[in-house]
Design a protein around this ligand. Sequence first.
Ligand code: ADP
Ligand code: MG
Length: 231
Amino acid sequence: MIQIEQLTKHYTQGKSVVRALDGVSLGIEDGEFVAVVGRSGSGKTTLLDSLGLLLKPTSGRVVIDGTDTSRLKDSTKAHLRVDKIGFIFQEYNLLASLTVMENVMLPLGYAVRPNGDRAWARTLLSEVGLTDRINHRPDQLSGGQQQRVAIARALVNRPSLVLGDEPTGAVDSETSDQLVAIMRRMNGQHGVTFVVVTHDPDLAAKTDRIIRLNDGKVLSDEATAPMEVAV
Ligand code: ADP
Ligand code: MG
């Protein structure tokens, strides 16, 4: 469970202040799959990076599983991040010199007590359909395949939360559909909470809940209409 309480993030530039987040309060339940949408500049990335403990808020709090992260020192926050949070980026952010398997294993090297191992990495790579690409390097893969590696990497340390900033922003719509299906499956099978920032209405429609930001405030926060099931 994540609670965001009266979160603000202000950037000062000369005399002007940008209120990137302007009093956001939200609760996110374990296992939810949430989309964050809104115009460019509405504060989506700032909210996601605050949730990911990558940014220090100006005021307010992010409480993760009962821990008020605003009270933690940086090193404790870094450990919490490695233990609990996985990240997926628009541009995949794989290391070009490493193989697929080495890329997936990477977060385990940062963990104090890793929650995964090579066998688990292999399982995840199988779940994203890349068993036959384990020893390839990123530049030998398509964009969609690289993002599947990134999804496996985000899950390898068994986080409770995965954050994606435009995870389907760099691929075509068919590939996007495949990536969404994989993320939903990971969400369902492993009970991991997903929060994804997206411009993609198809992706947003496949989540449980859509939070719309405008000028750093929550404009709307609604459960997604259940998808029609073909009979
Ligand atoms: P989004 O992801 O919705 O496009 P962002 O969270 O990146 O929006 O940005 C929200 C606002 O904060 C924008 O007006 C942006 O210009 C501003 N902003 C973001 N990061 C910085 C920064 N490091 N310094 C100054 N202003 C920033
Ligand atoms: Mg952004």
